[in-house]
Ligand binder design. Sequence first.
Ligand code: NDP
Ligand code: 8X3
Length: 252
Amino acid sequence: MPKTAFITGATSGFGAACARRFAQDGWRLILCGRRLERLNTLRDQLATVVPVYAFPLDVRDEGAVNAAVAALPAEFAEVDLLLNNAGLALGLEPAHRCDMQDWETMIDTNIKGLLYCTRALLPGMVARQRGHVINIGSVAGNYPYPGGNVYGGTKAFVKQFSRNLRADLLGTRVRVTNIEPGMAESEFSLVRFKGDDGKAAQVYQNVQPLQPEDIADTVFWVATRPEHVNINRMELMPVCQAFAPFAISREG
Ligand code: NDP
Ligand code: 8X3
């Protein structure tokens, strides 16, 4: 019986790559994101390979998330995998210069949106004694860096929420994983720098970052381990990225 994956943020980057990777293996796909045209293009491409149900969704809208889950067509209703991928960083300013609206958007999307999707789909998984929630965290949730302030905070939340979910779900056979990528080339930096493609391109200049396909391979591997195996967390970076020493100010 083919499995069903529900992928948030499927309109670009990791989400689109994951949709392609799971389609290769015959999974049924539920795809959502805000940009309808992109969603329809992806649906039309993948629907030649596997059944695809795509609909526009802003994960920040709890009512819309619940309505979308309640309205899943029967053949898509038994979700085996929720990939909580939709998310974003906005800005790289120090905290005292940040825009509060940017902070709220990151919290509403990366934390609250992820919670709405998880809460809507978990009861079905628990009732079926089968399912997997894979969250896309980040190295930003593990290590601080200048300008990472609230973005890193949201991803640290995702990491701890993932572990707490495991504690709650013990005995249900529902699996939970937090994937924690480092620098990867997608529209992430374009969004972070609010459409400034020069600044976004600089991030990936003269380096070989992770690609969305690398993340898709990782997610696919995690999702296809034997059912008694739970990968709790997986952190990955491109070889060109590592850790910095502690920063010391000699001026105060
Ligand atoms: P992209 O910007 O390429 O993709 C982000 C996706 O999230 C888009 O499909 C976007 O769709 C969707 N999205 C954003 N806001 C919302 C919303 N309110 N409702 C629904 N969908 C939304 O970036 P990535 O693929 O790189 O990012 C995917 C995830 O990976 C994010 O959670 C990000 O934080 C995380 N990450 C990224 C890393 C990187 O270096 N690229 C590293 C570590 C983690 P649309 O705009 O159509 O709604
Ligand atoms: C994205 C990776 O290092 O830009 O989560 O925060 S980083």
